[in-house]
Write a protein that binds this ligand. Structure first.
Ligand SMILES: [Zn+2]
Ligand SMILES: [Zn+2]
Ligand SMILES: [Zn+2]
Ligand SMILES: [Zn+2]
Length: 305
């Protein structure tokens, strides 16, 4: 069974979950594997002897439970999600579920203080149970999504890991220095409207910046956009500026901007047009007028404000 090793480790450490997991395995094998993985990730950051904390894990999906926490007449607890999927039948004992809240557990949860789940990544803050989730969604130590556009990449991690991932798994070009002179060449640029996108990573000031170049449709007009993203938080991104320049045959387009954090998706930045926009006709003119090939030279510079 794929991922079986992972779930076994967890079960050994927490034998009380074994029975539930067997029930789950029958009901939804795939789900169990994913959830077991997320549980083991959460476990590492939590005090292992915190019995109350374990009571707050939904026995079905192992996610932490938030009000309304439900229970069956025999006292088996269940999160709201699992309750709605249980068709009024307690997954643990088979009793009719009804609509019984477990107020005592909800109140106990409210009195708990727990470390952020990103403790291992550097967050050392402690939060009341009910505000922990909200914090974790905005925690500056939470992993970043892979900044590579154009593919549905699910990899997340800290910046050094993502830089290595971009290099190894996406074959992204890496350049050192805060000025660049980059050539984009693409044959048959008019064939596939949205298929062009490129990413280059620049190392400067000890930080990494992603230069995106992509085609999109702006209203009725096909355009290219190029913009810079910062591999870090928005508060740090604001300390930098960048300029971009593209042209040919005596014409030139320039752009000066502030890099955006990779917390913002490339689509979001593209759709807000926060970059150098080059109408396709002009891009082809800069390329030498042939509609067969896109040949653009993008000159840029990054500096600290
Ligand atoms: Zn659940
Ligand atoms: Zn029950
Ligand atoms: Zn945190
Ligand atoms: Zn990736």
């Amino acid at each position: 069974m794929a991922g079986g090793g992972d779930s076994e480790d967890v079960m050994e450490a927490h034998p009380k979950f074994l029975r539930y997991d067997v029930v789950m395995a029958k009901a939804d094998k795939t789900n169990m594997i994913t959830k077991s993985t997320s549980r083991s990730a959460e476990k590492h950051t939590m005090p292992s002897n915190n019995g109350v904390y374990e009571l707050l894990e939904c026995p079905m999906c192992t996610n932490l439970m938030y009000p309304p926490i439900h229970q069956c007449p025999n006292g088996h607890t269940l999160c709201l999600n699992c309750k709605s999927r249980a068709h009024n039948c307690c997954p643990t004992c088979g009793s009719e579920l009804g609509n019984i809240r477990c107020l005592a557990l909800e109140k106990v949860a409210g009195s708990l203080e727990l470390p952020c789940r990103h403790q291992a990544l550097g967050c050392h803050d402690i939060f009341p149970y009910y505000s922990k989730l909200k914090h974790e969604q905005r925690c500056r130590f939470r992993p970043y999504n892979c900044p590579y556009a154009g593919s549905e990449c699910a990899v997340t991690g800290d910046i050094p890991n993502l830089v290595a991932h971009l290099k190894i798994d996406h074959n992204v070009d890496m350049h050192d220095g805060c000025t660049f002179n980059h050539r984009y060449v693409k044959s048959n640029p008019c064939e596939v409207e949205n298929a062009i996108w490129m990413l280059t990573v620049f190392n400067c000031f000890g930080r990494q910046f992603c230069l995106h170049f992509e085609a999109f449709q702006l209203g009725m007009s096909p355009v290219y956009i190029t913009f810079l993203r910062f591999m870090g938080e928005d508060s740090e991104a604001k300390k930098f500026s960048y300029s971009l320049e593209v042209g040919g045959y005596g014409r030139k387009l320039t752009w000066q901007g502030v890099p955006r954090s990779i917390r913002d998706s490339h689509q979001k930045i593209r759709d807000s047009q926060d970059g150098l926009i080059i109408p396709r006709k002009l891009a082809l003119f800069f390329s030498g007028g042939s509609r067969k090939e896109l040949k653009l030279r993008v000159i840029g510079r990054i500096w600290e404000e």
